[in-house]
Design a protein around this ligand. Sequence first.
Ligand code: ZN
Length: 304
Amino acid sequence: MGENKEEELQRLRDKRKRVARMKKTIVLTIVFWMLGSLFAIIFLCVRVVSLQKQINYIADQRYIENQQNAANFKQSLEENDMSIYTSKDNIAEAGDIPRVYLTFDDGPSERTAEVLDILDDTGIKATFFVVGREDDESLALYKRIVDEGHTIGIHSYSHKYSELYASKESFINDLNKISGIIQKATGVKPVYYRFPGGSSNLVSNTDMNELISYIESEGYQYYDWNVASGDATSQAFTTDELVNNVMTDVVKYKTSIVLMHDSSTRYTTVAALPELISKLKAEGAMILPITEDTMVIHHNRVTN
Ligand code: ZN
């Protein structure tokens, strides 16, 4: 009997232990489950906040993109119809000899030497609105432009709208930088300026009138354009179309400032140039570089 009691007690002890273990397991399971849920809640909250931020960011980007597209669309419409920028006293009359100023923006580039060769072969002087490049080849091209009798003008150092037009200060810094580079490379102080996107651009964060007043106070004359070759549009005109774009417009005006581009990807501009020059000559046009005698063409100061 004594042994049986002993066994009974042992069984009871074991049972208690088992119950205690089970309780412990249950409590631990509940604690882990609660902690797990808590972490899951915290994680999901953080995730929701970050996704909301991403959604807001994407929405902002879409908004900016739409604004930009609308601005670009308006600008491309305006580029195709320059007549809105033409004052009455520049409308051609019978017997007028058209004065045509070929202007090349965005160089120097891999195409500049070809453009200069064509101008040299055809005995034509043009105007180059250049951007800032400081490699030896580009510095030599600035000099070649000037040495060969063309007019060199400024088209900003960076040509990055967001930097250039961020504030008046950034515009002035940019202007001083490119002006210094050109003077050092050519010995000539540039006095002509073409605003990237034109003075009528819709992307500047700074009031364009403020920038215009500034460059004029610094002795610069700015030139927009009243004839667009179309070589910068997304329409990808053929060389014949580029020539036609210019030829149909230059007959309308006494003075035509023709917008063209000197950049590595503009093969058609270079390809169109000899034919354009010969057609202009056949039309009896005077093809000239911009000088102080050139009629100014400004997009935002039309007096009709
Ligand atoms: Zn440009």
